[in-house]
Write a protein that binds this ligand. Structure first.
Ligand SMILES: CC(C)(COP(=O)(O)OP(=O)(O)OC[C@H]1O[C@@H](n2cnc3c(N)ncnc32)[C@H](O)[C@@H]1OP(=O)(O)O)[C@@H](O)C(=O)NCCC(=O)NCCS
Length: 174
């Protein structure tokens, strides 16, 4: 079913709560399923749903998971991974991770709104930029990040024990 967001629909971008975790784990599973190299790493490391739920809970406890809810239903999420200063007093750097919008809600500006919200939370911590990794084949994500001003800041190279690839994957917005 194609879902069209109308002005009458109640769309909210907010911090994730404990009650969202079950749905977020399902989103995470779908995100991984759509990202082949992640999927094989997850299988190899035997990451299970409980581990993912615990990881999400620890992030949302620190206000690092943002969700979009449409008429009370979760439509997508983004998480922020923070790297702390040596004394762990404040954020030294931050990475945007796990951006996901449920297929029926895509193309309505939700992904953009989620990343904008995450970026403003990172800015509020006093950082001068944010980084993220994106698969160079992921046209939708690349378009979204570029639209928001992200640009390529580094080459990330990988030697995969399968087909050899060299990826242009690091992007940074200042
Ligand atoms: C990438 C993703 C989050 C985009 O979410 P979305 O809500 O559909 O994106 P938006 O509607 O906010 O689009 C934002 C911009 O990106 C561009 N964009 C989005 N999807 C696109 C597509 N399939 N092809 C080209 N451009 C696209 C749009 O042009 C839009 O720019 P605009 O404001 O000029 O129209 C979504 O497709 C998704 O969840 N994909 C699977 C998970 C994934 O790949 N995550 C990213 C990991 S790095």
């Amino acid at each position: 079913m194609l879902f069209t967001l109308g002005a009458a629909l109640d769309l909210e971008i907010r911090l994730a709560r404990a009650g969202d975790v079950e749905q977020l784990v399902l989103f995470w599973q779908d995100l991984v399923a759509q990202t082949p190299h992640l999927a094989s790493r997850i299988r190899r490391n035997r990451v299970n749903r409980a581990a993912v739920a615990n990881h999400l809970i620890s992030l949302l406890d620190h206000e690092q998971v943002v969700v979009c809810s449409v008429e009370g239903h979760l439509a997508g999420y983004v998480s922020i991974v923070a790297h702390l200063t040596p004394l762990e007093e404040k954020w030294a750097a931050a990475t945007i991770s796990d951006l996901y919008v449920q297929p029926i809600y895509r193309g309505n500006g939700i992904g953009k709104a989620l990343v904008e919200d995450a970026v403003s939370r990172i800015r509020a911590r006093g950082l001068d930029g944010v980084t993220l990794q994106v698969d160079p084949q992921n046209a939708a994500a690349l378009a979204l990040y570029r639209r928001l001003g992200f640009e390529c800041a580094a080459w990330s190279m990988a030697l995969r024990f399968g087909p050899l690839r060299c990826e242009r994957a690091g992007v940074q917005a200042l």
